[in-house]
Design a binder for this molecule. Sequence first.
Ligand code: ADP
Ligand code: ZN
Length: 338
Amino acid sequence: MNNGEITIEKNTASVADIVRGRFAVTDKNVYALYKPLFKDALGVCVLDSGEQSKTLATAEKILLQMAGNSLDRKSVAVAVGGGVVGDLTGFCASVYMRGIDFVNVPTTLLAAVDSSVGGKTGVNLDRLKNLVGAFHKPKHVHIRTDFFATLPERELICGLGEAYKTALLDRGCMKAWNALPEKTDSFTDFSAVVEACVRFKKSVTDSDYRESGKRKILNLGHTVAHAIEYLDGYERSHGEYVLMGLIAESGMAAVSGKIRRDTYESIRRGCLSIIGESGERKVRFGFSSSQISNVAMHDKKNSGGRISLIISEDFCQREYLLDKYEFTKEMEMWKSLL
Ligand code: ADP
Ligand code: ZN
């Protein structure tokens, strides 16, 4: 198998072969649901599930188990889980003996379409998300879509938010997205959407591994999304905040004449079909425009003290920068739009 290969299949059974004789990392929920897949592993590290596990302390626990299982420079670690497991395993693989290979088996729709390729790994430092980490690409990514059948609805919506964002960036993804049935649930066949999203993300991240240029377009909707999720205390899933961010940012771009009004209306309709009216109410009325711009001023993507925003229209993207005053004003104009 070539380096960087991505396989997408339906059935989860082949994961047992991927894990066989290797050190695997997973979390309690995934382990409880899919225990037989790990029976021939060299060792299994089972983490508590959820974002609160993404710490240096958990990384130390994994590294100690890697050492305890006598992994050497030629060993391969396998992550079987959502984004938390993938980020932690990738990070530990990047530093264990100065770097060993890892294979990623994403079990959530979000991890499959968003974090499984691209090579960003890391942990949070206190409340600072992903502050400590490394670029370390998985050797292979194996996506098995039957994993999604056990996902809670919230996790599914989270993945759909990022998938729709990717569809706004790439014509191929939009085609696959449009072919989905109107009502999706965890049993929907997402393979075509996942495949299109992953190929697109791989092509973007391969061309700009360290996020100095093109990779920024993947942050569509994310400036407002990050601000709202912070203000809202991360109560909803990341994908829902991304959908809110897409509505607000495209609305701001439309009222200031950077994109057409019909582009905004179509993005808004697409987002509302996933999160519903309550999501729009949250981003429109939940926080004042200046509260949002205050938080957006701290976004990692900003440059020269100005807030970075991405716009996408007809599958073409560009970045533009606004100072705090301009950002607040555009948001106010969007909010007053009927
Ligand atoms: P992400 O949403 O970034 O992928 P997590 O790794 O936190 O984040 O996964 C989200 C939640 O879904 C966790 O509670 C995890 O245990 C759970 N989970 C992961 N994969 C599955 C699955 N296939 N079926 C059910 N629950 C899962
Ligand atoms: Zn995101």
